[in-house]
Design a protein around this ligand. Structure first.
Ligand code: ATP
Ligand code: MG
Length: 244
């Protein structure tokens, strides 16, 4: 029997394969290839948390702009504007490159490749947590942060500091991580307390989605690769033994 506060993921079928939910206050990496559902996973985790569990959440984007994210969510019927207006959700654009007036011609910061140091991002996140008393955090993606640096030790220490700060604040965080090759293991896999892998792979003449819990410290979890359905309501984990 385990006794720890469990955070419901909001992904139907997922909690039951991780002993009822994620450990509160931990950082979990969700890895996947392009289009595997990483951003959807993060947004669903925040949407359900804010709407059904009264747990405010912060979404930090280092990839897409906030308007596009909110717009793409309409595909799942999630209304983030309403939650943002009630201070239940904060969406923070922390991209190193910002374009003004939708034009790269008017702002050359894209070409300058401005960096965002780990400690600045950590401060930005901690301020956001305080603003809405957040319990859930999603960073999309941690890979963009790491790409800025070539020094592996610097990346490892930066990640360690970020994870430590998030855990000190007691927030449960999802760090989205881009997988380029299945053979590659990223440093955040070691630093975080859990790793969940999303896959989008070829099956005969179509594509199939699946999910696998690779590690989850202190939690009994399924070792199977479970099929995943992605539809108008978001992600859902399918498994034969339990009803989702
Ligand atoms: N309503 C829907 N029903 C089924 N599938 C959908 C729906 N809306 C979006 N999708 C699928 O979800 C995919 C996008 O998932 P998502 O953006 O979460 O992936 P990602 O892993 O974040 O990708 P990237 O690496 O590009 O950031 C789309 O490519 C599309 O295939
Ligand atoms: Mg994405």
């Amino acid at each position: 029997m385990s006794i720890y506060a469990k955070v419901k993921t909001g992904i139907p079928g997922l909690d039951s394969i991780v002993s009822g939910g994620l450990k509160q206050g931990r950082s979990i990496v969700v890895s996947g290839s392009p289009g595997s559902g990483k951003t959807t996973f993060g947004l669903q985790f925040l949407h359900v948390g804010a709407k059904d569990f009264d747990e405010p959440g912060v979404f930090i984007t280092l990839a897409q702009n906030v308007e596009d994210i909110k717009n793409d969510c309409k595909s799942y019927g999630w209304d983030f504007n309403n939650l943002i207006s009630k201070d239940k959700i904060l969406m923070i654009d922390a991209r190193p490159f910002k374009l003004n007036d939708q034009s790269i011609g008017k702002d050359d910061s894209l070409y300058r490749g401005e960096q965002i140091p780990f400690e600045h991002l950590t401060k930005l996140i901690l301020n956001s947590i305080k603003r809405i008393d957040a319990k859930r955090i999603v960073i999309d993606s941690i890979t963009v942060l790491e790409m800025q640096y070539s020094d592996a030790f610097y990346i490892r220490q930066g990640l360690q500091g970020l994870v430590q700060a998030l855990e000190n604040y007691g927030v449960t965080s999802i760090l989205l991580s881009e997988v380029i090759s299945e053979n590659q293991i990223s440093p955040e896999w070691f630093v975080s307390s859990g790793v969940i892998q999303l896959r989008h792979t070829r099956k005969q003449d179509t594509m199939e989605r699946s999910i696998q819990v690779i590690k989850l410290r202190g939690v009994r979890h399924s070792d199977q690769i479970h099929l995943v359905e992605l539809n108008d309501e978001g992600l859902r984990v399918m498994h034969p033994r339990f009803a989702p």
